[in-house]
Design a protein around this ligand. Structure first.
Ligand SMILES: Cc1cc2nc3c(=O)[nH]c(=O)nc-3n(C[C@H](O)[C@H](O)[C@H](O)COP(=O)(O)OP(=O)(O)OC[C@H]3O[C@@H](n4cnc5c(N)ncnc54)[C@H](O)[C@@H]3O)c2cc1C
Length: 481
């Protein structure tokens, strides 16, 4: 198909990366990108790019990835609860400041021949091009303009988060919970520059109100940071911060919004990145989603026979991966919402629960990555020390005995028909699929907190998933169906 002009609305990572790849693939096509903010103004701190993402970006455009990696900072991960910190090896996990990432992508787009126009909001109706790519972010006015046509849905969640930073590099990524007089705050923090770390804090609405942050949020103008909250959190997280204060950049408490669209394109306009779909920040994937969608869109436009069928092909190629990630992100969000209630769990077992929380990483995979952590966590699960991870960890987990609700079970797998509900044991049905089973384990974990033991009827084919849920303290017993 002949493409004479492509207009891109939005100069975030999705828009810039798409624009560069499009121009590289079709040098004869005029690619114009419109961004409302000047290059120097950007929100946020560092964003993480996992190994698999780097691989995909390297395949699509090795030159820009090289520049990104050169400006990024690599780190390991750890989790801290009370005085215990457990480090996790993580190969090639990097983070880069949002400002640096945009700088690299901007320079690369210009080098490829993209015409970038800064200043002033542009509306989709003002643009005249063969294809209009709306990469205008989570607040996309394009999505709002054609909300019915796109079948757009925006769900705002209750929990609150605040994206700020530190003026030094933490030694590694850290998850840390601190409970003060108003409740629990959880930090996800990671270094992204020699002198900077992202420090993201989340809490529940009750704690937020008790601490008076509803009032400080209302009193903070959009161009300022909520200094009262930053001061409070700097004191609460003083140990992690080594006495240094938190820094803001138009930092305020926000509620995460999950965006989904039944259709990503309407006529010759297509949504890209956060405008089309968001994934909760706890899986650190929004930038990756936007950039990987850019790769797929270029491929579809380059090989399509007409715009309409190319956009349809883009959507059907990309939607399964995006929806899969959104599903993982939703589970991860629920897990973090409940995090303060898990703080009585030993930290290694908590790490097993964390890594297997969304069904993306199995116990076996995690054991290969961090055998010492998993051995310690399995010991906590079984109530007796474990020297090394058993060769067949899944069978080992299923075979552990348990005494609960006034009864002793020789293994965690209950003989068929013996799992009977009572006021001390709740019984749930896992359904037939991984998705329904994960939802049942989520429900089981919540029920366990009411003091009941939880048994779940699970298809035998999902025994790996059942072992993850048992070892992560989400359920007590399973019965094969
Ligand atoms: C707290 C937090 C932590 C995060 N951490 C990570 C992480 O670790 N890893 C990760 O991959 N992602 C992370 N993300 C997500 C990531 O920031 C976004 O998903 C990503 O920026 C989406 O890219 P985008 O190009 O779709 O949109 P955006 O980056 O939002 O860019 C949209 C651009 O469009 C411009 N624009 C909007 N409307 C107009 C208009 N009418 N005219 C002209 N310009 C316009 C905006 O100014 C903006 O520059 C995080 C997000 C949050 C909130």
């Amino acid at each position: 198909m002949e493409l004479r002009s492509v207009a891109v609305l939005g100069g975030g990572p999705g828009g810039l990366y798409f624009a560069r790849l499009m121009k590289l693939r079709r040098p004869e096509c005029a690619v114009t990108l419109y961004e409302q903010s000047p290059p120097s103004a950007t929100f946020g701190f560092g964003v993480g790019l996992a190994t698999a993402t780097q691989r995909r970006l390297a395949e699509a455009d090795p030159a820009s990835l090289r520049e990104v990696v050169a400006r990024a900072w690599s780190h390991e991960m750890s989790m801290s609860v009370d005085d215990v910190t457990v480090a996790l090896p993580a190969d090639d996990l990097i983070a880069i400041g949002r400002a640096e990432l945009l700088e690299v992508l901007r320079a690369q787009a210009i080098a490829a021949g993209v015409d970038i126009r800064y200043g002033g909001r542009v509306a989709v109706d003002d643009l005249d091009a063969d294809v209009v790519v709306a990469a205008d972010g989570v607040n996309s006015a394009t999505r709002e303009r054609f909300a019915t046509e796109f079948g757009a849905r925006v769900e705002q969640h209750d929990g609150l988060y605040l994206w700020c930073g530190t003026d030094f590099a933490l030694p590694r990524a850290v998850f840390r919970a601190e409970t003060g007089e108003h409740g629990t705050f959880v930090a996800h923090a990671y270094p992204y520059r020699r002198d900077r770390s992202t420090f993201l804090v989340e809490t529940d609405p009750e704690t937020w109100r008790r601490a008076g942050f509803d009032a400080t949020t209302a009193a903070t103008p959009p161009e300022r940071s909520d200094d009262a909250s930053l001061g409070y959190l700097s004191t609460l997280f003083a140990d992690t911060l080594r006495g240094s204060g938190l820094v803001g950049n138009r930092t305020r408490w926000l509620r995460f919004r999950t965006v989904t669209c039944a259709r990503w394109h309407h006529g010759t306009t297509v949504l890209l990145g956060d405008a089309a779909s968001t994934a909760h920040y706890s899986i650190g994937s929004g930038t990756k989603l936007a950039m990987e969608s850019g790769i797929a869109l270029v491929e579809a436009l380059d090989t399509g026979t007409d715009v309409e069928s190319a956009l349809a092909a883009f959507e059907s190629a990309r939607r399964p991966a995006v929806e899969h990630l959104q599903d993982i992100a939703r589970r991860s969000m629920l897990w973090w919402d409940d995090f303060p209630r898990r703080l009585d769990m030993p930290v290694e077992q908590l790490l097993i629960a964390y890594m297997t929380r969304a069904g993306k990483v199995s116990l076996g995979q995690f054991a290969r990555q961090a055998p010492a952590v998993v051995a310690a966590g399995l010991g906590q699960y079984a109530g007796a020390p474990v020297e090394r991870v058993p060769e067949d960890a899944v069978s080992w987990v299923l075979d552990r005995p348990l005494t609960t609700a006034g009864r002793s079970w020789p293994t965690r797998v209950v003989p068929r028909g013996e799992l009977v509900g009572s006021d001390r044991v709740a019984v749930l049905d896992a359904g037939r699929t991984r998705q329904t089973a994960l939802a049942a384990f989520d429900a089981g974990e919540r029920l366990r907190r009411t003091g009941r033991s939880v048994g779940v009827r699970v298809p035998r084919g999902l025994r790996d998933l059942a072992a993850d849920a048992l070892a992560g303290g989400r359920v007590d017993l399973v019965e094969w169906v």
